[in-house]
Design a binder for this molecule. Sequence first.
Ligand code: NOJ
Length: 524
Amino acid sequence: MPKWLKDAVFYEIYPQSFMDSNGDGIGDFEGIIGKLDYIRGLGANAIWMNPCYDSPFRDAGYDVRDYKKTAARYGSNDDLVRLFDEIHKRDMHILLDLVPGHTSEEHVWFQQSSRAEHNEYSDRYIWTDNWFQSPEGLKSVAGESERNGVYVLNFFKCQPALNYGFLHPEQPWQKGMDDPACIATKEAMKDVMRFWLEKGCDGFRVDMADSLVKNDDEKKTGTCMIWKEIREMLDKSYPEAALVSEWNRPTLAIPAGFHMDFCLDWGGNCYNVLMRDVKNGKNNSFFRKDSTRSVLDFFDEYLESYEKIKEIGHYCLITGNHDTVRASYFLDVQELKLAYAFLFTMPGNPFLYYGDEIGMRYQSRLLTKEGGYTRTGSRTPMQWDDTKNHGFSDAEPEQLYLPVDITEDAPTVQSQERNPDSLLNTVKDILKIRNEKEDLKDNTNLALLYAKAGERAFAYRRGSLLMLCNPSGQETALRADCFTDVPDMSKAEKLYEIGGAGYADGSFLLGAQTFVIWEMQAAK
Ligand code: NOJ
């Protein structure tokens, strides 16, 4: 495990929309460099940046045309290296986004692969051997090339799947994982990783990490074999490089070699329960003041995974990401404060999506941009201040990558910095505690002390720190002797609170919408 992951707090940057330094209406590396002190000041010390490689941008850069070249709109390879240096100067780290499952249809590998005559790249992608034969159970495209075959997709039509082989090939056109062509694909991806690691990046967020081997089994045996091999390469040559998977199955991803896996909105539902639980028009997200949920709806699923992997990897909670509707769409500011306080005091490395620290709003009416569709509303320019375009860019508004939120009360960094009670300052306060307290960096010490079906308030412990939360609108009392492990409050000191909480005569009294941290056996 890279040492720096122990206390890493991540900030996700969608480079298109973070900060434009040259007035062309789109964010760039130089813009990010100018804001590194801001990120550091939040209490985050690591960055995950969405793809920044050369691309036709039909899926916001997840359609890579050249893995080894940055997109000109963000800057050159040298500019990216300068970003790495500036990050390291501040004792921070950065993960690039690795897209190993597919490329753009404009990647030279695919162009070669599409040719009728056999060549080095013919089997870099998955093709059937006849133009009218579609592969069963896989997304595919026919009729686009001179080659007599149908090719497999990983996501959009513009994203042909790279060929890492089939777990159990059944058709003549299906290669095994040990076929030289599939080995070559894997080696090419390792080469891409080495290329950026040598230039100074600190690891990768891995896109669709479970998608490599086709017709894989339930345990993803084939795909896991590949990641184990890649992890061996890292352990040997780049032991401080970190990998986080977009997988949402830590019990598979972590043993396969990932240091971290995300808790996401696919596969299970524990992620949605907290902040994005809308069914039949009813928002019943746990942190809603009037929700009917118990936190067990989250913990039952979360703990099952956490307990299995906590010794070997991190299960990471996110405020949101470039694929989700922003949390502020579902929770108001007070609810967001409680939700963030919870996320940032849980094990694993927290991931804060740019703009979530000020409660930037989801822009539901925007037309799709770069394949964003419903995701587009979460990708609008960062709102820095009250100057032109909220300080994001000098360009004319119609030239911006996406329009800025021009509603009168649009949140900005500048206005929230001035207000001690703002969401931004709450984020800073909680992250400060996280960064100061060793117990919040220990990945293995989570204990759920009190949570009951039908009840809203709950309590959990991380070493000497006791956290209690009452997200409901009613005052609640919890008796300490009902906790699974009765906390010793004799020398406890209150470290932090949102709302109001007290302890007397063996009971905790939690005001409406409260989150509190006590340090037990405090030094004095
Ligand atoms: C997951 C990424 O987060 C998403 O933005 C992208 O569209 C797909 N993978 C395809 O690469």
